[in-house]
Design a protein around this ligand. Structure first.
Ligand code: NAG
Ligand code: NAG
Length: 616
């Protein structure tokens, strides 16, 4: 080999070696480019690699990059033990697994870094790949506060603070959006604008962000009822954008009054005795002081309210309220109310004295009143309306006409405005007994109580014949006498006489005394099916006359039936067969079947039964 040859050979060799190194020294490392995790949760950063040619002396190392320099946090040689490094921000929280996955036990916001998985494989060389660790934490609900300084004046040329919105502890840094009446306000930082926001960010020791935004604006009167709120917008794993909303605030806006309104708060027409409330207010804020006058004379009110208790007709008149707004001295801030107070005078009835008239005579009253509006007068007795024109006239007075009459005055246009007065009519005349004159006793010798009621004035005196235990009471326009006496045979026969008399005359009635339910008893006896014996038994207590009459009737009917039967047999009536059938069906209901047999006694018994049942 000459020098040239050697030189060529060595050059070739060098080239080959270089080529070998470049082409065969391949270390390929694979990681997840991004790993997202919530603060406090564990994070897993996987790392896999391929090496060619395969090397037995590979080592996997995880690095973090802080301020441009890499720092190792953990490593694991091929087939060896995994170890974490001391003195790193992750010391104590990090492990490397057999598959070279880096596990961080509890992630902090400061762990949001680039993590490098680096593989060194001897002659095959070195390779690495980076994972970005992203840490998330939802901020708290934003707190919205109003400035401590008082009111904001509408139409000022400088902007005033509307409110401050603070949201604590978010990661990554969230943002605040302002809303006015549910519409977002464009974000403006230029303090020369009318509306702008001043933001600030604080990074807490925990690594979380607390952000704040103060809104400034120049509100006009149109904003007096505007509602403001703020929203914090933040991101969460998986590209999610979420929001939390604050409570709302309104602004305490001051603006001048331009006009005043004075209104009556009573909803129905005002009448005497009512409480009246009138309210004065302006369209400004705050409300100015008010002064009130009635027909030009000052009267006291309370703030914007003027209250009159239990008004009288003299309280009617012109009421005025006046206000002065020092921010708008030209404005006429006054209002008037012409208050009407309705009334009705007590009704005046003539004649006033109680009227006593003779039965059949005529009586007349007049009723009058005065009121603030069209009014009506009614005469009534009880609930019955007798006259609508103020005159009550009764001709041919009867006892039923006696009693209390009422005149009611009312103003239809004003609810509940009424007045009333009553008069009494007494009807003078001879007594008139109106009771139905009957009495009942269980049996002769019993005590009987009778009531005799009589119209008449002067109040009648009573006399009973025969007399008994008596008492008298007055019920409305009647006098009632009650007597209790024994139903002696004379009383049963002749009755009891009640006589009522006064200075104008006398009336009398005789009460007939009967036995209680006597007729019913005898009827029951007949119906029970054993006629003669039982009714005879009961005749002592019951009415013997009735029972005798019924028995006689039954016997007469029996005779009549027997006669017809006899005649039909004698003349051999062809209908006898048919009759038999009809009778048979007709009797089924009574459980007695009448057979037309020759046996006469049977036949009679059957007919007797039939008769008794038919009388039911
Ligand atoms: C008027 O007000 C007084 C006290 O405030 C009250 O006792 C009275 O019932 C009121 N009268 C009417 C008619 O509402
Ligand atoms: C009318 O009579 C009644 C009862 O008899 C009495 O209560 C009332 O006060 C009397 N009215 C007048 C107006 O006299």
């Amino acid at each position: 080999m000459d020098g040239i040859t050697f030189g060529r050979a060595s050059l070739l060799c060098t080239l080959l070696l270089w080529a070998f190194q470049v082409c065969s020294g391949a270390v390929t490392v694979k990681v997840d480019p991004k790993v997202e995790v919530l603060k406090g949760d564990p994070a897993q950063l996987p790392c896999t690699y391929t090496v060619s040619p395969s090397s037995s002396s590979t080592i996997v190392e995880w690095y973090i990059e802080e301020q441009g320099t890499r720092k190792r946090v953990a490593f694991r040689p091929h087939g060896g033990e995994g170890k974490s490094d001391d003195g790193t921000p992750l010391t104590g929280r990090v492990t490397i697994g057999e598959d070279f996955t880096l596990t961080i036990s509890s992630v902090k916001p400061s762990d949001e870094l680039a993590f490098y998985c680096q593989v060194t494989a001897g002659p095959a060389g070195v390779g690495d790949a980076a994972t970005m660790l992203k840490v998330f934490f939802a901020p708290e609900k934003p707190e919205l506060t109003k400035p401590s300084s008082q009111a904001i004046y509408a139409g000022q040329s400088t902007s005033s603070e509307i409110g401050t919105c603070v949201t604590m502890n978010g990661h990554p840094q969230p943002r605040i959006i302002w809303y006015k009446d549910d519409l977002p306000i464009a974000e403006v930082k230029d303090r020369k604008e009318k509306t702008y926001m001043i933001p600030s960010v604080v990074k807490e020791a925990s690594g979380l962000f607390t952000i704040k935004s103060t809104l400034y604006s120049q509100p006009t009167k149109a904003d007096k009822d505007s509602v403001f709120h703020c929203v914090v917008e933040y991101s969460m794993p998986g590209e999610q954008i979420k929001q939390k909303k604050s409570d709302t605030i309104t602004i305490n806006l001051n603006y001048p009054s331009e006009k005043a309104t004075f209104s009556l708060l009573n909803t129905s027409p005002v009448k005497e005795g009512d409480n009246v409330t009138m309210k004065c207010e302006t369209d400004g804020n705050p409300q100015p002081e008010f002064d009130f006058t009635k027909d030009g004379n000052a009267i006291p009110g309370q703030a914007g309210l003027l209250t009159l208790k239990s008004v009288k007709r003299t309280d009617a008149g012109q009421y005025k309220c006046m206000a002065t707004d020092f921010d708008n001295l030209e404005a006429d801030l006054s209002g008037t109310i012409n208050l009407a107070v309705h009334y009705i005078d007590p009704v005046n009835v003539t004649p006033v004295e109680p009227q006593v008239v003779m039965l059949g005579d005529k009586v007349e009253w007049q009723c009058k009143t005065k009121a603030s509006d069209n009014h009506i007068v009614h005469w009534k007795k009880g609930s019955k309306v007798l006259s609508q024109d103020g005159t009550l006239s009764i001709e041919g007075v009867s006892y039923e006409n006696a009693g209390e009459y009422m005149c009611v005055g009312a103003v239809p246009s004003v609810p509940d405005l009424t007045a009333q007065a009553s008069v009494n009519l007494t009807v003078k005349g001879k007594p008139m007994i109106e009771t139905p004159a009957v009495g009942e006793v269980g049996k002769e010798g019993d005590m009987v109580t009778l009531k005799c009621s009589a119209f008449g004035f002067p109040i009648p005196q009573f006399e009973w014949k025969p007399s008994g235990k008596e008492s008298v009471s007055v019920e409305g326009n009647k006098a009632v006498s009650t007597v209790t006496l024994q139903a002696t045979p004379e009383v049963m026969k002749d009755g009891v006489t009640c006589q009522a008399s006064n200075s104008d005359g006398t009336d009398s009635k005789t009460f007939l005394i009967t036995r209680k339910r006597a007729i019913d008893n005898s009827a029951e006896v007949l119906l029970s099916g054993n006629p003669v014996l039982k009714s005879a038994d009961k005749q002592q207590g019951g009415s013997s006359g009735v029972v005798i009459a019924v028995v006689v009737c039954v016997l007469l009917l029996l005779l009549l039936v027997a006669l017809i039967y006899f005649l039909s047999k004698k003349s051999k009536l062809p209908c006898s067969k048919k009759d038999k059938k009809e009778v048979a069906t007709g009797e089924v209901n009574n459980d007695i079947v009448v057979e037309m047999k020759t046996d006469k006694s049977n036949e009679e018994a059957g007919l007797l039964n039939k008769k008794t049942h038919t009388e039911q």
